[in-house]
Design a protein around this ligand. Structure first.
Ligand SMILES: [Zn+2]
Length: 223
């Protein structure tokens, strides 16, 4: 297929694809296997690479909202001015769409955040592919899904779990509260959970949101 100017246009209609959030049951099983001291490596990779793809989509969406869209046809960066009717056109492969259509493709999908979260996600993407041992991979995953967005003052706000794990905000918080831990859990994960819980409690107080406090000490299974 060629356009009127004779360019290859096989990618002209390429659709934007954003990696979905990771399914809860996969993460639940991963923590159960870790608590039993039998870290399931296949599951570890499935969850880890699912999170990797999600982080990549997150970063691409944030960059696009800043004026640097990624072409879904070939990965080229297409600069734009964030005017709804502006046509984004990839000089490399001929793909094109309006900024409005591009924006709507990732709107309301938990794909926005500021620098501290971007830094956390970039770090995961840099380190996960290099991690060798199952416990290193587990720690990277654990730290990623228990991260936080921050206010301008640096106070914790929403947990990054909402950007990475399926569910509404309270459901994701309750899900993270209900993961299984035990004596065999990878060293450091129980501490991360306690720190995460303290920060959720801080937000419960700051927002006057009792439901965020509700699951404290409840529902969690220990082996
Ligand atoms: Zn392209």
């Amino acid at each position: 297929m060629t356009t009127s100017n004779g360019e290859q246009a096989g990618n002209a209609g390429a659709a934007m694809r954003w990696a979905p959030r990771v399914q809860q049951h996969l993460i639940r099983r991963l923590y159960e296997s870790d608590a039993r001291g039998l870290l399931d490596e296949e599951l570890l990779n499935e969850v880890g690479w699912g999170l990797y793809a999600r982080c990549e989509s997150f970063i691409q969406a944030v960059e696009a909202a800043r004026g640097r869209a990624t072409c879904p046809g070939c990965g080229q960066i297409v600069l734009h001015s964030r005017v709804p009717e502006e046509v984004l056109r990839c000089a490399n492969c001929g793909w094109e769409t309006t900024w409005q259509a591009y924006f709507e493709s990732f709107q309301h999908k938990q794909l926005s955040g500021a620098e501290p979260v971007l830094a956390l996600f970039r770090e995961f993407m840099a380190r996960f592919p290099l991690a060798n041992s199952p416990s290193d991979k587990m720690l990277l995953i654990d730290r990623l899904i228990h991260g936080f967005h921050q206010s301008l003052d640096g106070d914790p706000t929403r947990t990054t779990g909402i950007n990475l794990i399926e569910g509404r905000y309270h459901e994701v918080v309750e899900f993270l509260d209900s993961l299984t831990y035990g004596d065999s859990s990878t060293q450091g994960t129980v501490e991360t959970l306690a720190e995460w819980r303290d920060k959720i409690d801080y937000t419960a107080e700051a927002w006057g949101d009792e439901r965020l406090r509700r699951w404290r000490g409840q529902g969690r299974e220990t082996l």
